[in-house]
Design a protein around this ligand. Structure first.
Ligand code: IMP
Ligand code: MG
Length: 180
């Protein structure tokens, strides 16, 4: 099994890129049916969702889609702090629009809940959530996820955009923390 070391911790490959690609393709197919002709605004949640958003956008060929970014942070080390800091906000007018939020992973759900509230507050007509990864065992809020790529156990992972203290985002496969 391929391993990587980031800072003090070791991680073992758990989801190869080919599985990620397949999951994203399936999400894209479902989205195309739902969103055709809707002038959708996709909001990629930085930093973690950048690879997912890029992969998904290449699979979706919607003529009237737009993409924008929000930057949020809630994690320190390997656990969620529960407070979500907004580092870059939304500039787009979203009143009356169909918005799809693109997230790397839903863990406790606090981050995505905060984003949904803000998007609704700003007048979006319809808000959908697309997350590449979902840890159902960690979920602490009431949430409806419209598009889920891969359901995973409650372990800490890195790669394909996800980091451990700023490192590991660059890997195309996903790795799970090796418990010692
Ligand atoms: P939540 O607010 O607890 O749902 O956490 C969501 C955010 O925490 C995600 O957008 C990720 O950036 C980060 N996160 C959650 N789980 C992991 C993980 O296993 N590895 C790396 N980052 C994670
Ligand atoms: Mg994130």
């Amino acid at each position: 099994m391929k391993r990587i070391k980031l800072w003090d911790k070791e991680f073992e490959i758990s989801i190869p890129y080919t599985d990620i690609q397949l999951a994203v393709k399936q999400m894209a197919e479902k989205m195309k049916n739902d969103l055709e002709g809707k002038e959708t605004l996709f909001i990629c949640i930085l930093n973690g969702a950048f690879m997912f958003a890029s992969e998904l956008m290449k699979e979706l060929d919607l003529n009237d889609a737009e993409i924008s970014f929000m930057k949020l942070a809630s994690y320190t080390g390997t656990s969620s702090t529960g407070t979500v800091k907004e580092l870059i906000g939304l500039n787009e007018v979203i009143t009356g629009r169909t918005v799809v939020i693109l997230e790397d992973i839903v863990d406790t759900g606090h981050t995505i809940k905060g984003v949904i509230e803000q998007v609704i507050y700003n007048g979006a007509a319809d808000v959908k959530i697309a997350t590449l990864l979902f840890k159902p065992e960690a979920l602490k809020v009431d949430l409806k996820l419209d598009y889920v790529g891969i359901v995973i156990p409650n372990d800490f992972i890195v790669g394909f955009g996800l980091d451990y203290d700023r490192r590991g985002r660059n890997f195309k496969d996903i790795y799970t923390l090796v418990k010692v």
